[in-house]
Write a protein that binds this ligand. Structure first.
Ligand SMILES: Cc1ncc(COP(=O)(O)O)c(C=O)c1O
Length: 409
């Protein structure tokens, strides 16, 4: 294929996405992120962002970002180990490690990069052994970045085996671990999201902890949708489910509850983190986090530590929305996370409902096949501490109106 043929092939492919209604359109927001935003000239309630604590435009976070800019400059123009480390980077690593209950942490430019880095950095080393295999047991619904991380590890470290267990199914995982008992794997890793982002469901972390201990495996948990959003004091699904301080490796993002800008981290034992500092390629070969984001992320942690009532506000908003939307007659996936999937079935219905809700002042996104199984199209409502009671009531009225109009309720 020459470039001209390639580009026309790509054009045809794009047209087929549009025909299959899988093409992803972007709607520019005409305001900062918040409980309410401006879209197409109208004020609408934002129900599609990961801004769980409403920190994206919080005055304290904005002031901290300004401070970071003024005191530490705009950018570092360097990776960490050349000249890209300021005291604030070290401070953020210490603060986030303590916050999620681990000894140490290492920053990455995103959690995607962190997850992609982790498995290969660890498993592409023989540590002086010649004949061995490593194994990763991965939840079937893990985030794309874990999937890609595992794929990369298998491509680079050919002795790596990966096995998928059914979502949250501890018995399935136990069977696999039993089957593998005699295989003498060198390193075993059980990898899971703390919260699965299409369902808002929590991983069974206490049971996974027990299995990991019984089988000498490392427990790896991606807390991207949980840090700041779950647990009495916002320390994530690990706190919510009683395993705070007991997880071997936690990854997460600064791009959701903790201010919503960008950046990710891996937290774990000191030797592990120091080893990753030497071996993680995205850490070694990609730019450091900018000072404004670092200082604002530290401020986000400080705000939650000083006054966890912000997390409670999120929980109250979530409980209120979950209760009221069911009372209206909608079917949701039950749970306790601010991700509330409103189940609709067919993709066309989810598309129509999302569009009509926007007309009624509510911005909510639909998910359909292939992102979720066929026939399980849904709207994914995401609740924030930034939502006022008026925002939530307006949203519920709009769901009621559009739901009746479209015959969903
Ligand atoms: C579970 C999970 N892991 C990782 C990521 C990626 O995080 P980041 O945006 O920091 O790359 C996301 C973001 O959607 C996520 O939901």
């Amino acid at each position: 294929m020459n470039p001209t043929e390639l580009y026309s092939t790509l054009d045809r492919e794009l047209a087929s996405f549009k025909e299959a209604k899988t093409f992803k359109y972007e709607v520019p927001l005409e305001s900062e992120q918040g409980g309410e935003v401006m879209v197409e000239g109208h004020k609408v309630v934002m129900l599609a962002s990961n801004n769980y604590l409403g920190l994206s435009n919080h005055p304290r976070i904005k002031a901290a970002a300004h401070r970071g800019l003024d005191e530490w400059g705009y950018g570092m123009a360097s990776v960490r180990f050349l000249c890209g480390t300021e005291p604030i980077h070290v401070e953020l690593e210490q603060r986030i490690a303590r916050f999620v209950g681990c000894e140490s942490a290492i920053l990455h430019s995103s959690c995607f990069a962190a997850n992609e880095a982790f498995f290969t950095a660890l498993l592409a080393n023989d540590f002086g052994q010649t004949d061995y295999q490593d194994v990763i047991y991965s939840d079937q619904l893990n985030h794309a970045s874990i999937i890609d991380g595992v794929r990369l590890a298998r491509a680079v470290a050919k002795q790596t085996v990966s096995r998928l267990y059914r979502n949250g199914d501890v018995n399935h995982l136990r069977e696999m671990l039993e089957e593998d008992r005699d295989k003498n794997y060198r390193i075993k890793i059980i990898a899971t999201d703390g919260v699965f982002s299409m369902e808002g469901l929590l991983a069974p972390l206490a049971e996974l902890r027990s299995l990991a201990t019984e089988h000498n495996a490392l427990l790896f948990v991606d807390e991207s949708h949980a840090t700041g959003a779950l647990g009495k004091t916002g320390r994530g699904a690990v706190e919510e489910l009683g395993v705070f301080g007991q997880v071997d490796v936690i990854t997460g993002t600064f791009g959701k509850a903790l201010g919503g800008a960008s950046g990710g981290f891996i937290a774990g034992s000191s030797p592990l983190i120091e080893f990753l500092r030497q071996k993680s390629r995205p850490y070694t070969f990609s730019n450091t986090m900018p000072p404004s984001v670092v200082v604002a992320s530290i401020e986000a942690i400080t705000m939650i530590e000083e006054d966890p009532s912000i997390v409670n506000q999120l929980r109250e908003n979530t409980n209120y929305f979950r209760r009221r939307i069911v009372e209206l007659g909608f079917k949701i996936i039950e749970g306790r996370h601010p991700i509330v999937p409103v189940m609709l079935g067919e993709a066309a219905l989810a598309q129509d409902m999302s569009r009509e809700l926007l007309g009624e002042g509510v911005y909510v996104k639909g998910l359909w096949y292939p992102v979720v199984p066929k026939g399980e199209a849904r709207l994914r409502a995401q609740i924030s501490a930034a939502h006022t009671h008026e925002d939530l009531d307006h949203t519920l009225e709009a769901f009621d109106k559009v739901g009746r109009r479209l015959g969903v309720i």
